[in-house]
Every structure is written in C-alpha cells, then in structure tokens.
Write a protein that binds this ligand. Sequence first.
Ligand SMILES: Cc1ncc(COP(=O)(O)O)c(C=O)c1O
Ligand SMILES: [Zn+2]
Length: 441
Amino acid sequence: MKGMEGVEIAEKEDVDIILWNINLPDISMINSKPGHLKPSTRFSYATHLVCTNCGKGYSIDEINTYCLDCQAPLFTVYDLKSLRQDIQREDFTRRKWGMWRWHELLPVHLPENAITLGEGDAPLLQLPNLGEELGLSNLYVKDESANPTGSFKARGISAAISKAKELGIDKVIIPTAGNAGGAMAAYAARAKLKAHIVMPKDTPVANIEESRMAGAEVVLIDGTISEAAAMAGVKARAEGWFDLSTFKEPYRVEGKKIMGYELAEAFGWSLPDVIIYPTGGGTGLVGMWKAFAELEELGWLSNTKRPRMVSVQAEGCAPVVKAFEAHATFCDFWINAHTLASGLRVPKSFADHIILQDIYDSEGIAVSVSDESISAAQRQLGKAEGIFAAPEGAATLASLISLLQQGWVRPDERIVLFNTGSGLKYIHNLAGSEANPAPAN
Ligand SMILES: Cc1ncc(COP(=O)(O)O)c(C=O)c1O
Ligand SMILES: [Zn+2]
C-alpha cells in the first residue's frame, strides 16, 4: 500500500509498518506546509538539563558538559505536558521527512541553528529472505547506513553541532573510533565551526580521509578511543575547544533518541519486541530508551510494552557483557581492546551505568560475538538481502543467531536489527581477503 508522499506502508496484523521513504528532509519546510500542521509556537520544548545521577539541574542556554559533582551524563528535559497539549503525534508524521521534523523534541531553540545534511528517517526494512532462513516471521533492519556520512553518527552529531552553534561555540574537538569523527567533520564544515579530531591510528582509512576532506584537523594516536578521549580532554581545556566526547556533551544522545521515535511511529505507535543494537559508547541504546520513556509520558503509545534491549559487543572488547554477566552496575575498563568492528572498540563508556540500567530495566541481555561470526553475518546479510552492513551492524545478526539457538527470542517476535553504518567504509577488511574471494572467471 502507498502511504503519504512516497512512503510505503505495509499492513501487518493490527499495525501499520512504514518500511521505506525516499524524501529528503528540508528544514525550511518545517512548520510551513499549509493545512498540514497546527503551528507550534515553540521550535523546541526543551527546558533544562538534569544530572542522570543526582538530579541537579543545569541551564540549557549555557555551555554545559556533564555533572561535575558526580561525573555523570546530563539529560535534556522537555516540557512534555505542554507539548502533549499543543501537538499531536500525527502532526509529526505529516511533516517533511528527516530527523528535524521532531524539532520540538530536540534541544535547539532557533530553527536557523539546526544544521542538517539530510539525516534521519533511515529505512526500516523487512528481511524476508533472512527471516525465512532463520525461521523468523517478523525480522527487520533499521538501515542507518542511509544517513549522511554513511552512519547513524550523523544524527547525534547533527544535534550536537547545532546546539554548539546555538551556544556560540566556534571550535570543537572529538575523540572517535571513526564514524563520529567523519560525521563531526561534515557537520562542523556546514556550520562553519573549526573541527579537531583525535583517532586511533588504526581507524578505518575511510574515516580518516572523510574527516580531512571536510577540512578537519586529524590527529592519529597510538591507542584506543579511551586514550584519544584523554588527549581530547587535555586539548579542550588547554585551547578552550568544546569537547564533543560521547555523553560528556549532553546533546548527541538527543539526536540518536529520534531512532526510537521513528520506530514507534513505524510500528503504528507500539514498539517492537526486541531491539538488537551494537554498543560502543551506548548513545543509541540509551537514546532510544529515553525516547520510549518520553513517548510514554506523551501518551503517544497505543501499547506501552517496551522492547527487550540487546547490547551486542565484540569478544575482543566486551565491557558491558562482562558487567552484565556479573550483574554489576558499572563496567571495568577493558584492557587490550581489539576487534575489526572499530566502532565497538570502546574499553569503557562514560555512560556505562545507564547502559546497564537500561538493559536490566528492559529485561534485555548483553552478548558478545567473535570477529569471525561478524564477518560471516556480514556476508549472510549481503547475500540474503543485498545489504552491505558495517561490521558493527552485522554483529547484531551474529548475536541474533546465537540468541535463537539459546531460545532467547521467539520465532514470531518483532525483532529489529540496527545496521548502524555502511560496509563500504570497511572495505579494507575485505579487499582480496580469503573470506571474500574474487569470483573465478
Ligand atoms: C558503525 C558503528 N556502529 C556502532 C557504534 C557504536 O555506537 P555507540 O557509541 O552509540 O554505542 C559505532 C561507534 O563508533 C559505529 O561507528
Ligand atoms: Zn550529579
């Protein structure tokens, strides 16, 4: 069935599932389609920031990082009561597509500060062939490789760079496992901010070159993202640059949160049963869980049953899995982190406590997968469905296969894999490899 403006809607049981859209967002069109929208007076309903640990409030109109009293991330708080009265969930669906159609639920107050390159509304695709192979009737992928710069990092960075611009920041620095650096370089270029990037020297060459292409200064270090973060912190303090490290800056998680709103909308304002998400710093997992809480408070969910969140990590760097298995509430720093899925090479997230809490609250699980199973899953996704996933995205399929064997998922459950990025950025892992031989003539 054809829905509004190029949106395919597949009817399944009692829910409408929006599977695909092709329209690019156009920020200038927001709030401007006659007859479609009730005008909302406020571009954003964000009111302030709050510490996720002690509850202390912080201003959203001043530069803030994390709670200095307890070294914990800050969350953006919205006036959801007013939003609920002023706007209906259907108003968002009628808008031109893209992340910023949810601008009332993002932290930027003035429309001119919203920096967009067309992020958001990545397709939710059903996986009929893989579903049949695995005996699953409701298997989906949210294919985030469709975002600008080829990964879901564009969402968080769009929100963070926009807010940085709004706060008058002109120089930014980021430690990155790769994709966040590429995204940050692109959005900083667009916003006319000077970008500095610190990356491990074994970061995929595509991430290094895309960052340089967008005019960023790139420093390669001998170490992991944790050492890069320490260096970025020192440089930020010394030079007065703003540090966009995951969760040490409050707004990246807000951009990622919108994936949760898109899922709810696509599943007819209910939520899938299981979400499988590759976890490094954890912004996507934490962001979606925040979205589900906001959706519930807004009263927009027809069914408030939450998904079980599956956090997937690589065997060579699995701090969340180790903590989960020990029923711990914080992670230990993972020594000697290694995996071909560079985005999962995060020895300890600044939000480890929140990641674990969200997994426990969702009755979810944390699982690790080997690099071999990631490569096998990457080929399986390509062959079965024509999707060239990043290794991090393929890791979700690898974990699903083992969860199925354990009986942790049921064949009829609605399962969403997150392919967080494009396999094209990791071509160096594959070119000429035995795992991916050139076909014989
Ligand atoms: C493709 C990809 N997937 C997943 C992740 C992990 O994301 P997060 O840090 O939000 O957990 C990264 C991080 O670099 C990534 O680049
Ligand atoms: Zn605090």
